[in-house]
Design a protein around this ligand. Sequence first.
Ligand code: PLP
Length: 498
Amino acid sequence: MDSSFSGSIFADRLNLLLEQNNLKQVDLIKLAEQKGATIGKSRLSQYISGKTVPRRGVIELFADIFGVDPDWLAGTKDDPEVQAHAGTVQAPGKRTFSKSAKLDNVLYDVRGPVVDTAAVMESQGTHVLKLNIGNPAPFGFRTPDEVIYDMRMQLTDCEGYSDSKGLFSARKAIMQYSQLKNVPNVAIEDVYTGNGVSELINLSMQALLDSGDEVLIPAPDYPLWTACVTLAGGRAVHYRCDEQADWYPDIADIRKKVSSRTKAIVIINPNNPTGALYPRDVLEQIVEVAREHNLIIFSDEIYDRLVMDGLEHISIASLAPDLFCVTFSGLSKSHMIAGFRIGWMVLSGNKSVASDYIQGLNMLANMRLCSNVPAQSVVQTALGGYQSVKTYTVPGGRIYEQREFIWKALNDIPGISAVKPKAAFYIFPKIDTARFNITNDEKFALDLLREKKILIIHGGGFNWPEPDHFRVVYLPRVEVLEDAAEKMKDFFAHYRQR
Ligand SMILES: Cc1ncc(COP(=O)(O)O)c(C=O)c1O
């Protein structure tokens, strides 16, 4: 401890603080101004060079700006802690911005770090085979001509906002589609269009959840569900889907995970990422749990028209007339118009238990004014009449044949096994982690990307807790899948994670 002022110590310490905070003299002058003090430029230069020591009030001002002890700054006291704490002052005009804490636990790896690495590789001229995102158009799946024609015809009528829930014609068509699927008690006001199902997942969770409310979500999931529950302040509680049972939800696990805070259960049927399609008895058991615990059922059915092997999609809402259900679907996948952004949600069953929640939904729907109106204008065309998507999902059709190929090809790779998908265009293979020494599935995805230029999403991206799965999107043509499968076989023939 030194009891006298020391010009050179003060100057050294002021310089240190400026350096640690990456500030210039002019920044310090501005910061002083913000505190109501005027410091001349030449005067400050003298302080900094050690020629003059300022009066105590100025030292206190600087100490306040940097958040340090004035005695330490003056040189009358040593404090090794100060250096450790310095470095947090920002220059005016140099302010940086962080994402909100609300996003701290939000994960959406379908467009995450592995995908970012692929983008960098592509920007450097490397061709990357993308098996990571369920976007049909880039793989040559064309929108039905009639849809394009009808949108062109109606474009000039779609210049204004629509009703916040959507055009009458679109909602009527969705209501009738719900009737065909035996979804009970759906009126026109129960139909909400959105900019894709994505917007409505977010909206429905924001309207429902208070801090700490729990929602049961499948693992693996389509990660937007978990992300939106978390963003809304809720807690996503994952129940297992059972690979040994064709990836159906494990009802015993669902029961174990229900708590007094559980408000709802989400099902994704047909499923992304597993390609599972749930049979009636599984759906009935889920309804039973929801009934016992008074849960809302949210059912994401965006792949309901992409079902194979002559199977039938059953809407869970049709089995639960006494419960409040929200069913989601859209045209992104079945009509190959993911870019047009049109989806919907339908409220059904016992709406009286949810009248306040419905007010919240209406409020949020009003706040975003309406969904994309040109896209709404083709809903009636898309849902009625001939469904061209059916030609893709039968033998000889692209999705069917691609599924047959990828399923066999993956199972032919030693150390890889996969349940045959029944719907959608995803497969979720299992990796024998001991064989490849895999402990980190994201690293495995990066290694595959770097070595074979193939982009897949690791299981963790779908909130799958073990590092032993990945998702393949089998939208590319068989010739392309052949090449991908060959490269994966080659990769797994030697891969050992380090
Ligand atoms: C299960 C599931 N739900 C919702 C969406 C989002 O669909 P939309 O394009 O309607 O926003 C996707 C997209 O991949 C999905 O797989």
